[in-house]
Design a protein around this ligand. Sequence first.
Ligand code: BG6
Length: 464
Amino acid sequence: MTTKQFPKGFLWGAATSAPQTEGHSLENGKSKTTWDYWYETSPEKFNDAQGPKNTSNLYEMYAEDCKRMQEIGLNSYRTSIAWARLLPDGKTVNEEAVAFYRDYFKKIKENGVAPIINLFHFDMPMWLMEKGGWEARESVAAFAFYAKTAFELFGDLVTDWTTFNEPIVHVEMGYLYGYHYPAIVDFKKAVQVGYHTLLAHAAAVKEFRAVLPTGKIGIILNITPTYTRSTDYADQKAGVASDLLNTKSFLDPAVHGKVSQELIDLLAENQLTPKTKEHDKELLQNTVDFIGLNYYHPHRVKAPQNPAVPAKMPEDLYEPYDWPEKRINPYRGWEIYPEALYDVAMMMKNEYNNLPWFVSENGMGVADEERFMDEKGMIQDDYRIEFMVEHLNYLHKGIEAGSNCFGYHTWTFIDCWSWLNGYRNRYGFYRVDLEDHYKRSLKKSGLWFKEVSQNNGYTDASST
Ligand code: BG6
């Protein structure tokens, strides 16, 4: 048995997003996002026809939900603002949204919880999508205006901000693999979309420095650390390409203020170089104060067998490798590999100036959780506790080795809607009962997390 103590002031929290929790998606002045549009036009794509309209009804229940944060010992909490709610036409402020977010953020703080507010979580407003979305250069200025507006309206309440959640995801899912609207498959467009997103991020950071010079701003990236099949040259080369595209594409510019030469070369070799403008390099020098890393699973790769040259898809640069020893979360299909958190911690220490960072999402989605409900109605989610302890053990090891990690946020606080998967897999510390007016009920993991937060650590019975 060992006690794992975390650094003083460590953030114990949870993350979520506006589209996945608020509901009232087409009410209170909010305009449509691509999710509203997609559900309207292709409802069959969504698990059990569960669309974005109501999600977890936080819009009506936030006052009680903020008390629930305190009940399980959260000292910090990340959510996002819905761009299409705040600026329904991209220009005009929706006063109802301002009142909602101001009161929501105040209530979070009244409960002793520090808000970290994110600006974009896959929810592209439809008015901008109609102009080309992130494919269009004008998305950069549109996002910078939104960011500036949000900093001005809420900067007295919120000091810690992030620009994007997992920007590589809307690139991959929307422009390579068909899971997000507009479901285009085009590597070159995907790179352009990624590039405009990167510029939009940097432009928002620039606005931030002018509006809130004493605040802190970061970006939330999904980290899927690459592990290669072997040390052979071809596998290693595949690993380098995967790392450049999936990890370094946003992390390098966010921290170092520029895109790496290796990535520029890789894109050029494959005729994927995006359109750029002269002053872009200058804009990219707007670096962040901290990084959030969402970690769920590693990325195992091997050399591609018959790659197209130049590459037509990322799989022409690296192919997925099915590691025979893997452990899988069967509900989500993702590998469970907590060891990676130590490697990530070392990467931040050694390759990214030991910049302050936190685990901004980590969690386990499980289907049909009602199976685990006890006679008092509490879900006994010991599997979730085990999952988190395993991950925290490796994170702790990384912190002991000197990595500058300042917090651990789980996904998620209250069961929330999950894009095409709807409510199939549940991640929350609280269950949401869709049959009973979105009633929330505490799971065992919530009680466990409260103890961890209060003790700023835990005793791990499995380690010596
Ligand atoms: C993260 C996202 O990638 O993973 C969340 O930031 C998402 O929006 C979470 O819900 C869990 O993944 P999923 O696909 O099971 O909901």
